[in-house]
Ligand binder design. Structure first.
Ligand SMILES: [Zn+2]
Length: 338
């Protein structure tokens, strides 16, 4: 007869005592680390940021669950366990509460306010863009114009900020708030942009792979609430709408999209500078070209995006440009209405 194995206990930070089951091999610190991972949903992005390899997430989760599975509560919690029905009722109540809050916000949706918030974000991005240009202007004429645009966008942003109050409290049509969208966009950025590109570039495109891999994980607050890019990317005229769809065939938006490559893919919170640049005229910076844009990018953005610089500026006739500007504003408004 063999002596029974020594029983192993561990106490979680919430005071619940756990006991290792028969045949278990993990130590108490290993178990507590696995438990911490399982319950720390806030740390998920930091943990998974570099899990770009195929199947890596499943592998890591499997490891955690294998350790957790070796342990059980040492004593039932006070009051016993909830039944499946009780648990379900509790989850349903939580869901109903969030849903009623969402509906209350949706009822207070203010389209003008929502659009002012987007214009505010775009004006802030333009301010950033002009600062990048002014860090190394190509000519005195460009410097003067960039200063003028900077002052105009700062003024516009200040006026819009006064109009919108707390922009994070501005609800969308469905009662959604910007902070929740930023959290979701960070998750999507990691899973559908970062991990996908790293897999694609891991064989062959070593420079781009290393640059992207070295990019630190943003915090949710750093993200754009309208697309999957960090908000800072919009100051470089870069958007990341991962699922932009396509404009309705025959619509004004479809016509503009055909005339202006990149217009449809642009996030509404991004600087509108590249569109002004394509229109040319007094809205464009003199002597600004794709090479200057490329040079002002952060190294990671250059590595990821610069192989496809924006199309060189076109010179449409002035009347057509004005008409297009009007239609673009209408189409943008239409997009927000949907
Ligand atoms: Zn965006």
């Amino acid at each position: 007869m063999t002596a029974p194995a020594t029983e192993l206990f561990a106490t979680a930070p919430n005071g619940v005592a756990w006991k290792r089951g028969p045949g278990g091999t993990s130590s108490a610190p290993e178990f507590l680390a696995a438990l911490a991972t399982l319950t720390d949903s806030g740390g998920r992005i930091a943990r998974e940021w570099n899990w770009w390899q195929d199947g890596r997430r499943q592998e890591e989760e499997g490891r955690v669950m294998a350790v957790i599975g070796q342990w059980d509560h040492a004593t039932p919690p006070p009051g016993g366990y909830m039944t499946a029905q009780q648990l379900e009722a509790r989850l349903d109540a939580g869901h109903a509460e969030r849903e009623s809050q969402r509906q209350a916000r949706a009822a207070g949706y203010d389209k003008n306010l929502a659009m002012a918030r987007l214009r505010l974000l775009s004006a802030q991005a333009t301010t950033g863009f002009m600062r990048h240009v002014l860090a190394k202007p190509a000519s005195a004429a460009q410097q003067a114009k960039a200063q003028e645009f900077l002052a105009a966008s700062e003024q516009e942003a200040a006026a819009l900020a006064a109009q919108t109050g707390g922009p994070d409290a501005v609800t969308d049509e469905r009662g959604g708030l910007p902070p929740a969208r930023r959290e979701r966009h960070l998750d999507e950025h990691m899973t559908f942009f970062r991990h996908r590109l790293l897999r694609e570039w891991s064989s062959g495109q070593q420079h781009r792979f290393r640059q992207l891999l070295a990019m630190p994980a943003p915090q949710p607050v750093d993200m754009c609430s309208e697309c999957q890019a960090p908000a800072d990317w919009h100051t470089y005229a870069l958007s990341l709408r991962l699922w932009p769809g396509t404009p309705e065939p025959g619509s004004t938006a479809a016509k503009i999209a055909a005339l202006m490559p990149g217009w449809w893919d642009r996030c509404p919170a991004c600087t509108g500078y590249q569109i002004r640049h394509q229109w040319g005229g007094t809205g464009a910076l003199p002597d600004f070209d794709a090479d200057q844009w490329r040079a002002m990018l952060k190294p990671v953005l250059r590595a990821v995006f610069a192989p496809a610089p924006p199309a060189p500026p076109k010179q449409p006739d002035r009347r057509a440009a004005l008409e297009m500007r009007l239609r673009a504003a209408e189409a943008e408004a239409g997009r927000l209405r949907r």
